[in-house]
Design a protein. Structure first.
Lengths: 295, 303
């Protein structure tokens, strides 16, 4: 299901001829849309505002603009947990980077086979791949945990990384297949005539043209792995290995100590990379979910 | 050997070489397939055993499933998950569709609105946002402050068993941006001339929505519905973080997968956890099958 953002423009209408009554509903529309936008953004703005309020005024100072600023929340929050926050950021960054590399490599290889090569069983495997996209992950959790335990991989990053190197996320394969199918077949033919085997064709001809699809995959991998909570919770027990979400959650255990300002400060630090990637990669994100329904 | 004969003899060889290239490219994916298929059947086997990870699995027949019949917590977790899914999925899809239609009517600053509405869907599943929700809906949180302006005394949302789940339903609705963007892309595909022609024939906006927008968008509604249902039945993080792992207050946020996690990885009753996993798989498969079976009555394909 590929959707592109094209629409045939409506027939030219003389703007002066438009009846003036149209103006009021349009005005209401903008009021509703902006009001909705404020409601949608308010939780985030409140979090940012609370992150610079003194902890004891988070729930008494209701205004978004703090009466008293306390930027010390960031410094205190940074060191409030069992390890300084840069440890968690580094852990998450390692996992995210390797996951992106794994997804790009393994999914693009599989996508190339599905999109451009002819081999026995291709249709069957493609159908299987689409099937795994709908397979609920929770069914696999217990045996996978047992397997990682037997391999001695508990409390390591392998359980979090290996699946990404094995093209287990069908959405990314599907996204790349859609993209590769839109490239002209003549490219492969020309490369073959010039003596390229399938690997050279893939590496030198197809890969460079797929950069937009790779960008989409990388951004989605970044956001989903950065936010991932269940697998790290399951597989990591040593606090030194914690990812950012596990670290932030620790603030809930110290609830009684009224560290709200510090908690919101680190919460915002944990979301900032996602928001940054969103702003930088919006174009690819919107195109990506329109193509595959990723979220 | 004549030239055509040689070409004929070479054909199977070339096909074999092509096959080999295809399989080589798929090598990581084959590994991944094993990584899913083996655990898939292993969990089916474990569902009929008693297994604590330390001693080998012991065949238990239908014991786990019999135990499920009398497990009040399991029933509670099913109830929580069903209410959550059946309320939040239609609600958020309806909001997504409504906002997409308004945005599609051509508004100035479309990109800004789209970003503002879409961003929350990237953050909704994160620990920080669920924790934030706890405080937004706290007894002296801003939601109750806002209600107080209207003279309403809000409940203690997150600690009152009657309200805790509804805060998570609202969190789900807050993330309507992802289906909205898909709807928007779908609406763009509907040729404007359909609307122009029907307007000339005197069709009302509502009539246009029912007779043009809904049928032409139905494949996308269907896709969003299937995906959202599957995802929603597996909700975990929201319940875990809001209740700090307990599923409280009074088990009102004990999502199915949270209870499965407690059984499998806190009590290490892995046989029971596996049979729970298969029950949920059956439920999800059932809902997906109903979706696909009823699709021909309401999903309209152009070709």
């Amino acid at each position: 299901m590929t959707l592109t953002e094209t629409r045939t423009p409506p027939a030219a209408i003389d703007p002066a001829a438009a009846p003036p009554v149209r103006r009021r509903p349009r005005f209401i529309r903008y009021v509703l849309l902006s009001g909705g936008g404020i409601v949608m953004m308010y939780p985030l703005l409140w979090m940012i505002s609370s992150s610079v309020k003194p902890s004891n005024s988070v729930f008494t100072d209701e205004s978004l603009w703090p009466a008293v600023f306390d930027f010390g929340n960031y410094a205190r929050g940074w060191t409030a947990l069992s390890a300084p926050f840069e440890v968690y950021l580094a852990n998450s960054l390692i996992i995210v980077t390797l996951s992106i590399v794994g997804n790009l490599l393994s999914c693009s290889l599989a996508a190339y086979a599905f999109a451009r090569l002819r081999f026995a069983g291709r249709k069957l495997f493609f159908a299987l791949m689409l099937g795994t996209m709908m397979l609920p992950g929770h069914v696999l959790v217990v045996p996978q945990y047992v397997m990682f335990d037997k391999l001695g991989w508990l409390n390591t990053y392998y359980p979090l990384l290996v699946p990404h190197f094995l093209a287990t996320n069908g959405f990314y394969i599907f996204l790349m297949v859609q993209f590769m199918r839109s490239l002209p077949q003549e490219l492969d033919d020309a490369a073959r005539i010039d003596g390229c085997g399938p690997f050279r064709t893939f590496w030198k001809v197809i890969m460079p043209l797929c950069l937009p699809a790779f960008a989409t995959t990388a951004i989605f991998t970044f956001i989903s792995v950065w936010n991932e909570f269940f697998s790290p919770l399951l597989y990591l027990t040593d606090p030194e290995l914690y990812t950012v979400p596990l670290a932030v959650r620790q603030f809930m255990d110290s609830e009684g100590q009224s560290m709200w300002g510090e908690m919101f400060a680190m919460s915002f630090v944990s979301l900032a990379p996602v928001i940054g990637f969103f702003i930088a990669g919006q174009k690819y994100l919107v195109k990506g979910i329109a193509t595959t329904g990723l979220r | 050997m004549t030239a055509p004969a040689r070409a004929l003899a070479a054909a199977p060889r070339r096909r074999r070489r092509q096959d080999r290239a295809g399989y080589l490219f798929l090598l990581p994916w084959f590994g991944g397939l094993l990584f899913m298929i083996v655990p898939f059947f292993a969990s089916l086997y474990l569902a009929f055993t008693e297994y604590d990870l330390l001693t080998p699995p012991r065949w238990a027949g239908l014991d786990n499933f019999r135990e499920m019949l009398g497990d009040a917590l399991l029933h509670q977790s099913l109830k929580v998950t069903f209410i959550y899914t059946l309320v939040s999925v239609p609600l958020s899809l309806a909001v997504a569709l409504g906002v997409a239609i308004v945005l599609d009517r051509g508004v100035r600053g479309l990109a800004v609105y789209r970003s503002v509405y879409y961003l929350p869907s990237l953050l909704g599943g994160s620990v920080a946002i669920v924790m934030l929700w706890r405080y937004l809906f706290g007894y002296d949180g801003i939601v109750n402050d806002a209600l107080a302006w209207f003279g309403i005394t809000g409940p203690a949302w997150t600690t009152d068993p009657d309200y805790a789940l509804s805060t998570l339903i609202l969190l789900h609705v807050w993330t309507f941006g992802a289906p909205m963007v898909i709807f928007l892309a779908g609406l763009r595909q509907i040729p404007a001339m359909y609307y122009e022609a029907s307007a000339m024939d005197g069709a009302s906006k509502w009539r246009q929505f029912r007779s043009i927008t809904l049928p032409l968008l139905s494949p996308i509604i269907f896709f969003n519905l299937v995906q959202s249902l599957i995802a929603s039945f597996q909700t975990f993080t929201q319940g875990y973080v809001l209740s700090n792992g307990s599923g409280g207050p009074a088990d009102s946020t004990l999502f199915y997968n949270l209870y499965l996690y407690q059984k499998g990885f806190a009590e290490f009753d892995m046989g029971y956890a596996s049979s729970m996993a298969w029950l949920l798989l059956m439920i999800i498969a059932g809902f997906t099958a109903i979706n696909f079976l009823t699709a021909r009555f309401w999903v309209f394909y152009d070709n």
